[in-house]
Ligand binder design. Structure first.
Ligand code: AMP
Length: 372
């Protein structure tokens, strides 16, 4: 296939911060960007050439959207399968709709990973209270019951500390199919962001370390500084995932590293990931430019890390008493501020992030955020 050249329009399904940073990278290389989501004045729409506000279920609108661009990608994996299929009638969709189909449902994702011989957290499928009670007899608490579909950032999850909590936990799922996962006693959480091109070439950004607060990513440290064996294994697992799913684009694998030194996959995200935001400032090619290159059939760019880096998320909670003190956060010359243009700072909402560079990156980014 011939590459899609600068000047062409690329469509993004979804309109959040991932699409915004994609759009910034795409416009820098001379592409036009169209975004599609049910919202308006969105983080992506504010930098895109065209913002379409319509439901993902309005398949005629989706077809129109796809007709007007040279390729469609996405920044939000929970778009319905029918939406990706409608777009594919008129444009390239990268990664393909079946990658979405697998990764937007925890049960399908875990089943795919386990059947590919890849290490996953112990899990059982749960469709009824009886399934849950039966699962808890062989999968001892503590466990987490997670909805199979449409969950992110710890949403749709209930911890089960004792088997007698089954009925209450099941009620919280509201009847939706769920996955019962054993709680992993992890030493740390890691992730690998990687990309695969149209010709099957593979690049990765190494292993980074992630800290979460209340199920939401808080801080990423790059590189993770884990031993070489773990680094090799994490990258090989990631390569296998991208190859088996035939991903054209960017995909992130999130891992638990157990206290016993084993890697378990927590989940996959078939798009640029919050734990790869540091690449915007710290790598030769950001994860967003890499997504663009993959989607357009360009050669992939170098993922070289130019400096150790750390990223800290800025959630809406920071606005609870006053507007954050942005100049204070930027007092360190190696701190970069990213804000996503969201108007309403709700608690838990990702409003922006800080990236710090240098040998002291982790301490620097934490200090900068504390000054806000
Ligand atoms: P998730 O949305 O499933 O990625 O979960 C968000 C965060 O909750 C993870 O990054 C972990 O910090 C925590 N978590 C999720 N599942 C487990 C598990 N099985 N064991 C321990 N911690 C978990």
């Amino acid at each position: 296939m011939k590459p899609i050249l600068p000047g062409a329009a690329i469509g993004v399904l979804g309109s959040g911060q991932l699409g915004r940073m994609f759009a910034i990278a795409a416009r820098r290389m001379g592409y036009r960007v169209h975004t599609y989501s049910p919202d308006n004045d969105t983080p992506t729409g504010q930098v895109a050439d065209v913002e379409i506000t319509a439901s993902y279920d309005d398949l005629d609108q989706v077809r129109d959207f796809a007709r007007n661009v040279s390729a469609v990608t996405f920044e939000f994996e929970n778009v319905p399968a029918a939406t990706a299929a409608a777009a594919a009638e008129h444009s390239y969709v990268r990664p393909a709709g079946d990658v979405l189909h697998v990764t937007q449902n925890r049960l399908r994702e875990k089943t795919f990973l386990a059947s590919s011989g890849l290490p996953v957290t112990r899990f059982s499928a749960v469709s009824t209270l009886a399934d849950l009670e039966a699962a808890l007899t062989h999968q001892k608490p503590p466990c987490i019951l997670k909805t199979a579909g449409f969950g992110y950032d710890g949403k749709g999850q209930v911890r089960i500390h004792h088997a007698w909590q089954a009925a209450e936990a099941w009620a919280a799922m509201g009847g939706a199919t769920a996955v019962l996962e054993s709680v992993v006693d992890f030493e740390m959480e890691l992730s690998v962001v990687a990309a695969r091109g149209v010709d099957g070439d593979f690049v990765h950004y190494g292993v980074v370390r992630n800290e979460h607060q209340n199920g939401i990513l808080d801080v990423t440290i790059a590189p993770a500084g884990v031993e070489a064996r773990i680094e090799r294994e994490a990258i090989e697992i990631t390569r296998t995932v991208l190859e088996k799913l035939k991903v054209v684009g960017v995909l992130c694998v999130e891992f638990f590293l157990t206290r016993g030194g084993h890697l378990l996959i927590n989940e996959l995200a078939p798009r640029p990931h919050n734990s790869g935001h540091f690449t915007f400032d710290a790598c030769v090619t950001s994860q967003f430019e890499q997504q663009l290159r993959a989607v357009c059939g360009f050669p992939l760019g170098s993922t070289e890390l130019l400096s150790p880096a750390a990223m800290a998320n800025l959630l809406g909670d920071l606005w609870s008493t006053r507007v954050p003190n942005w100049p204070a956060a930027c007092a360190s010359p190696v701190v970069k501020l990213h804000l996503y243009g969201k108007l309403e700072p709700r608690p838990g909402r990702k409003m922006g992030h800080l990236t710090a560079l240098g040998e002291r990156a982790e301490a620097t980014v934490r200090e900068a955020r504390a000054r806000l």
